[in-house]
Design a protein around this ligand. Structure first.
Ligand SMILES: Cc1cc2nc3c(=O)[nH]c(=O)nc-3n(C[C@H](O)[C@H](O)[C@H](O)COP(=O)(O)OP(=O)(O)OC[C@H]3O[C@@H](n4cnc5c(N)ncnc54)[C@H](O)[C@@H]3O)c2cc1C
Length: 475
């Protein structure tokens, strides 16, 4: 962790100082394996381009003066791109006007949505407002729903309840609007299931869990909770729900596949399955949901979908983590997309055929320079934000863009308040040590120093404060 932190800090500190970067790399020759050094060297190359004024792509072209950069979506992709861009040492003439647009007034650190739903952390820590995060930067924030992108006219249409319709003109556009739950394939899913993707979903889940606790006390029966989808979110939710009820609820997890956490590392899968077993969570594999009603879920086998009868389960709460798709309005934007509706980009994160449009995060279908297809994770989105910010600067200053190269740092999962599993830089961890590592890694990944400082301080001081609250002198 410490090494990662030092390395990350150094990456930023010296990104504009080629000489100290060279010294840093030389002095750490034995600390970093060759792959890691390769990545660091790429950043060295970047800093060299920046400071030494590498030859322009087309020397007859002049840098764009006072460019307008519009960033759609203030999640991991969009917000981090805006912050990276704002920290570049622009000159007076090239300094851009950066506008960040989001339909919500809060950035949500999605990997910690569990902590919010299960009452382990407060809203301000997991979902700080954009106005707080952007304090002291020159980024303009526009609260509103993006409704249209005119690719040819270089404009976006935003609608906000406060200001009505607004048209934003841009020289460079960043699309990072993530995805939304795809509930239309299962009858009743949009009405009777609760997805787990936004701040509102987490707050609603918190309320529902409190109601189910009341029901359990009043009626003396175990609540029945269904989690649909056996990937990371599904497993993390199922184990946290089971822990919340301390085993006094019947929790099911359903997946179409033949095993849970198919994409996870063996270590994380084994630890997660052990946890689910320890809470008696029932796993239903090779099954898919055919219908959801107010108080029941119907399942059918994936192998024999037409076989009757389907299995019916009574339920109190159905949680949906199974499928996500890009927003439907994106289908009207004239950009090339893959079969799932994600926008296809080159390895430099520019939309195919449009050098002024950058797409990243979950809404983008990116294949990196090594030919690996990028997954929909925050880790990918943050690394892409770093690359996109650089390439936006390069495109404005008439320099060569760099291709995106994904570097997998590890996998972290929560399995309860003090329980987790992790594999970081190949080191397997489980239980409390994994959960502590996860929290520290997320603290390090917080968008701004100030927010990181506030949250970190709270995590240290709150337990100390509680100790003193419960302490009384034996007089
Ligand atoms: C519960 C949960 C846990 C996760 N855990 C992890 C994890 O542990 N590790 C990991 O690497 N990844 C994790 N992920 C995945 C990760 O959060 C996403 O891959 C990442 O957030 C993608 O970033 P993004 O910028 O593409 O989209 P998002 O972060 O989703 O941001 C999209 C933004 O666009 C805004 N927006 C969308 N549509 C519009 C519109 N029409 N107008 C205006 N604004 C709009 C949204 O309000 C949002 O702020 C998790 C995801 C979830 C849901």
């Amino acid at each position: 962790m410490l090494l990662a932190y030092v390395c990350g800090m150094c990456r930023w500190k010296v990104s504009f100082d080629c000489f100290s970067r060279t010294c840093f790399l030389n002095s750490t020759r034995f600390l970093f394996p060759s792959k890691r050094r390769q990545v660091l060297t790429r950043h060295l190359h970047l800093s060299c381009i920046y400071t030494s004024g590498e030859k322009s792509v087309n020397s007859s072209k002049k840098p764009v003066l006072h460019p307008k950069i519009t960033i759609l979506g203030g999640g991991f992709g969009g917000l981090y791109t805006a912050l990276f861009l704002s920290r570049y040492p622009w000159t007076r003439l090239t300094r851009p006007k950066i506008t960040l647009v989001d339909r919500s007034e809060r950035f949500v650190f999605l990997p910690m949505l569990y902590e919010l739903a299960f009452g382990q952390l407060d809203k301000w820590q997991v979902a700080p407002t954009f106005s707080q995060l952007l304090q002291g930067t020159d980024i303009d924030f526009v609260l509103g729903q993006v409704e249209k992108v005119d690719v040819q006219g270089s404009t976006c249409e935003i609608f906000s309840t406060k200001h009505g319709h607004k048209v934003l003109q841009h020289d460079r556009l960043v699309i990072a609007i993530g995805t939304e739950p795809s509930l239309s394939s299962v009858p009743g899913a949009d009405k009777y299931t609760l997805p787990f993707r936004t701040l509102e979903h987490a707050e609603l889940l918190k309320q529902k869990l409190a109601n189910l606790t009341k029901i359990r006390r009043q009626q003396g029966r175990e609540p029945i909770i269904f989690v649909i989808g056996g990937s990371y979110s599904g497993v993390e939710l199922a184990s946290n729900v089971a822990e919340y009820f301390q085993g006094k609820a019947k929790v099911y997890i359903v997946d179409r596949g033949s095993r849970l956490l198919d994409a996870a590392s063996d270590h994380n899968r084994n630890i997660a399955l052990q946890t689910l077993r320890s809470w008696n969570v029932e796993t239903l594999l090779g099954m898919e949901v055919s219908c959801v009603t107010e108080d029941a879920v119907l399942l059918k086998s994936v192998e024999e979908p037409f076989q009757e009868p389907q299995k019916k389960f009574d339920v109190d709460l159905v949680l949906w983590t199974a499928g996500f798709k890009p927003s439907s309005w994106l289908s009207f934007v004239e950009l090339e997309k893959d079969s799932t509706g994600r926008i296809l980009t080159s390895s430099t994160l520019q939309a195919n055929g449009h050098e002024d449009i950058f797409v990243l995060g979950d809404a983008a279908a990116v294949t990196d320079v090594n030919g690996q297809k990028c997954k929909a994770t925050a880790q990918v989105a943050i690394q892409q934000a770093q690359c996109a910010a650089w390439n936006i600067w390069a495109s404005l200053c008439n320099k060569k863009p760099i291709p995106f190269r994904y570097e997998h740092l590890g996998e972290l999962m929560t399995l309860g308040k003090y329980n987790g599993t992790a594999e970081v830089f190949g080191i397997p961890l489980s239980g409390t040590s994994a959960q502590v590592t996860r929290r520290l890694a997320y603290l390090y990944r917080m968008p701004t120093h100030l927010h990181r400082w506030k949250v970190g301080q709270n995590w240290v001081l709150k337990p100390v404060g509680c100790l003193f609250d419960n302490f009384s002198f034996p007089l």
